[in-house]
Design a protein around this ligand. Structure first.
Ligand code: GTP
Length: 540
C-alpha cells in the first residue's frame, strides 16, 4: 500500500469515527478481531498482535464512564456534534492498523502505537466539548512521530574537523548512490567531502562511484586491483585526512548478516576511526526492514539511517522499523536516482504524509524552490481567469520538470486531482514534457494564448521549426486537449461546489501553518498570508 492509500484509509477511519452513533462493546471486540486477522495475514507475530489488543483495550475504556451517565448523551454533547464511541474508535484503529501494516510498518510498532494511543486517548475521560476525533488524530500523529524519534540525535559532524562516515547496507540498497548524494549535499553546504570505495565485492562499484564523484567534482579513492576492502578504506581515509577533507565517506559492499566475519574485520579496523555508521535501507524491502536493520546493528554500531527509493512504490513504514531496530534516527531520504534527489528527513511532514494529511512543508518547499511565490500565484490567477491555454500547459510542464518527479510533488498534496497528470512512468512523463516543450518553443505567443489558431500549415511550420515529426506536434496538441478538457471539468465541478475544491477543503491555514517551518510561514506572511494564498489557490 502506498502512502496515499494509507492516508486514505486513515482518513476514512477517522471519518467513520465522526459519523458513527452506536456504542457497543461487541462491535469493539469484532473490530479487534478484524484487526487481529488483518495483522496475522500480514505476517505479524501473534504475540505482537495480542499485545496491541491489550493496549487498545487499556486506552479505550468506555466502561469507566460512571454508571447513570448516558454515554451517548455525553458523546453527543461534544463539539461538532461528533459522536465517537468505542466501535468507531476501534474501527478507526483497525483501519489504521491495517493501513500501517500494508505500508510496511512492523507489527510490533503498530501495536506499541496503539497501546500508547489508548493510554493517551481515554475517550471516557475527555471532557464534553472536546473534539475527540481531533484528539485521537493528534495522538496517532504523536505516536508515529515518537516511533521515528529514537531519543538521541545522530552524531553531529563538525565542519572543518575530519569525520569519517561509513555506509553499510544490503546489496543494491542504494549505498553507492547515497554516498555521493550525501557528499554532494555536504559539498553544497561548504564541506570538503571525499569518497572512498571500499566495495571490492561488486565489480563496477568503483567505476560507479568514480563516475558519480567526478560528476560532482568530489575527490575519490579506490582500486581496481586491491581486493582487501579494509586496506582500501584505511589508505583512502589516510590520504584524505592528509588532504584536510572534513568529511570522508566510505562506501562498503552490500553484506548479508551471514557475512559477519567480513563485517567484524571492518568494524575492528574502523572502531577507532569511524565517527558515524550510516545504514542505508531500500524502502521497498517492506516488513523485512526490522530484521535487516537489526542484523546490521548487531554487526556494526549503526548511528543513523538513510531510507532510499522513497520516490518509487515507497512504503514509508520501513523507516519506522529501521529506527526502532537501530535506535538511530533517519537523517535523509532518497527520492530518486539523481544526485540532488535527496532530502533531509523531517519527522512531522513524513508522518503527515503517512497519515494522508499532506506534506505541506515539503510541498511549499518544492514550490518555493522552483518558482517565487508571486509567480505561482500569477499562474494560479491565470488558470482561474481564463481558458487553459498551451502557454499554461508549457508553464505546468516547466514546473513539473523543475520540481523533479511530479509524483513526488503530487504525493505531498492532499486531495489533488491526479487525473490531470499525464500517464506513464516518471521518466517517460518527464521525457514527454521535455519533448512537448521543445515543440512549444516553436509556437508563437499568439498561438500559445489561443490554440484555436492551430491549422495544418501552422502545425507543419511548428514541426519543421522544432525538428520533430508532424505526428509529434499533433500528439502534443492532443495531450493539450485532454488536459484542457480535464481542467474545464475541474473548473465546472468547482463552480458547482461553490468554488471550494477538494484541495481547498483540505487547506486549513492554521493546520498547514503548524507544519510549515517557521521561516517559511513568515515568508508567506504568517497565517493570514497563508490564508490568502489558499484563497487564491482555491479560487483557481
Ligand atoms: N528510484 C531510486 N533509485 C535509487 C535511489 N537510490 C539508489 N537508487 C538506484 O538503486 C540502484 C542500486 O543503487 P546502488 O547505489 O548501486 O546500490 P548499492 O547498495 O551500492 O549496491 P551494491 O554496491 O551492489 O551493494 C541503482 O540503480 C540506483 O540508481 C533512490 O532514492 N531512488
Amino acid at each position: 500500500m502506498e502512502l496515499a492509500e494509507l492516508g486514505g484509509s486513515i482518513s476514512r477511519a477517522l471519518q467513520q469515527m465522526s459519523n458513527a452513533t452506536i456504542i457497543d462493546e461487541k462491535v469493539f471486540n469484532d473490530c479487534l478481531k478484524d484487526i487481529t486477522r488483518a495483522l496475522l495475514q500480514a505476517d505479524v507475530q501473534f504475540m505482537l498482535v495480542r499485545d496491541m489488543q491489550t493496549n487498545i483495550k487499556k486506552i479505550v475504556n468506555l466502561d469507566h464512564i460512571a454508571a447513570g451517565h448516558n454515554k451517548r448523551k455525553i458523546i453527543q454533547q461534544m463539539s461538532n456534534a461528533t459522536i465517537i464511541d468505542e466501535k468507531v474508535f476501534n474501527d478507526c484503529l483497525k483501519d489504521i492498523t491495517r493501513a500501517l501494516l500494508q505500508a510496511d510498518v512492523q507489527f510490533m510498532l503498530v501495536r506499541d502505537m496503539q497501546t500508547n494511543i489508548k493510554k493517551i486517548v481515554n475517550l471516557d475521560h475527555i471532557a464534553a466539548g472536546h473534539n475527540k476525533r481531533k484528539i485521537i488524530q493528534q495522538a496517532i500523529f504523536n505516536e508515529l512521530c515518537k516511533i521515528l524519534d529514537p531519543g538521541k540525535p545522530a552524531f553531529s559532524l563538525k565542519k572543518g574537523k575530519t569525520s569519517v562516515v561509513m555506509f553499510v547496507g544490503l546489496q543494491g540498497s542504494g549505498k553507492t548512490t547515497t554516498c555521493t548524494k550525501y557528499a554532494y549535499y555536504h559539498q553544497k553546504k561548504g564541506w570538503k567531502p571525499a569518497l572512498v570505495c571500499a566495495d571490492t565485492f561488486r565489480a563496477g562499484a568503483f567505476d560507479q562511484l568514480k563516475q558519480n564523484a567526478t560528476k560532482a567534482k568530489i575527490p575519490f579513492y579506490g582500486s581496481y586491483t586491491e581486493s582487501d576492502p579494509v586496506r582500501i578504506a584505511v589508505e583512502g581515509v589516510e590520504r584524505f585526512k592528509e588532504e584536510n577533507c572534513d568529511l570522508i565517506i566510505v562506501d562498503t559492499s552490500g553484506r548479508h548478516k551471514q557475512e559477519a566475519a567480513l563485517f567484524e574485520e571492518m568494524r575492528q579496523v574502523f572502531e577507532a576511526t569511524v565517527d558515524l555508521v550510516i545504514f542505508v535501507m531500500d524502502s521497498s524491502i517492506g516488513q523485512a526492514a526490522f530484521d535487516q536493520a537489526q542484523a546490521f546493528k548487531h554487526s556494526v554500531a549503526v548511528g543513523a539511517v538513510i531510507v532510499t527509493k522513497m520516490d518509487g512504490h515507497a512504503k514509508g513504514g520501513g523507516a519506522l522499523s529501521a529506527v526502532a531496530a537501530t535506535k538511530s534516527p533517519v537523517i535523509f531520504i532518497g527520492m530518486g536516482e539523481h544526485m540532488n534527489e535527496f532530502e533531509v528527513f523531517d519527522v512531522k511532514p513524513f508522518v503527515s504524509r503517512l497519515l494522508g494529511m499532506g506534506d505541506w512543508s515539503g510541498f511549499m518547499d518544492k514550490i518555493h524552490e522552483v518558482a517565487p511565490m508571486e509567480q505561482q500565484t500569477e499562474l494560479l490567477q491565470k488558470l482561474s481567469e481564463g481558458p487553459f491555454t498551451l502557454g499554461i500547459m508549457y508553464k505546468q510542464f516547466q514546473n513539473i520538470l523543475q520540481m523533479g518527479s511530479a509524483d513526488q510533488v503530487i504525493s505531498m498534496l492532499p486531495g489533488v486531482d491526479q487525473e490531470l497528470m499525464c500517464q506513464g512512468s516518471v521518466k517517460e512523463r518527464q521525457a514527454k514534457c521535455k519533448r512537448y516543450m521543445t515543440i512549444m518553443d516553436s509556437i508563437t505567443n499568439e498561438e500559445l494564448d489561443n490554440p484555436k489558431l492551430m491549422n495544418e500549415s501552422r502545425i507543419m511550420r511548428i514541426a519543421t521549426g522544432s525538428g520533430r515529426q508532424v505526428k509529434d506536434v499533433t500528439d502534443m496538441l492532443e495531450e493539450y486537449k485532454i488536459l484542457s478538457k480535464a481542467w474545464e471539468g475541474t473548473m465546472k465541478g468547482l463552480k458547482k461546489k461553490g468554488g471550494r475544491s477538494a484541495l481547498s477543503r483540505n487547506m486549513n491555514a492554521q493546520d498547514i501553518g503548524k507544519v510549515l517551518p517557521p521561516h517559511m510561514l513568515k515568508q508567506i506572511g504568517g497565517t493570514s498570508g497563508l490564508q490568502n494564498l489558499i484563497k487564491k489557490m482555491s479560487g483557481a
